[in-house]
Design a protein around this ligand. Sequence first.
Ligand SMILES: [Zn+2]
Length: 126
Amino acid sequence: MKQPRIIENSPLARLARLKLGAPNVAMVLGRSIHLSGVSRDDFLRDPFWVAHEMEHIRQFEQYGRLGFLVRYLRDWARYGYYNIPFEVAAREAAERNAPLYAQGKPLPGHAERHPTPKANEQARKG
Ligand SMILES: [Zn+2]
């Protein structure tokens, strides 16, 4: 698979971060992964996170930029962020494909993994 482009300190990812209330965000647009609040190196150290974003890149390839964005925003309004089918599929892909991105290292435990926004929300609620 072609290597995606990784953009650190992305203003678009920063907007998503504010919208989601998350400390750090990775966001795919086309074949690029936009980061905010996390460095490229720290992002690449979490194979579950990388596998999640790689699934979004696959979805962009399948539906096209416009097709992806229209479905994504429509489903966000309909179901809420956590239940967007593209997000559900990306979370499943993360569990399935993380070993592909572990670079020979053991997979990180739950505490070392990037939490989903939903998990953040639950943590805040205690
Ligand atoms: Zn996602």
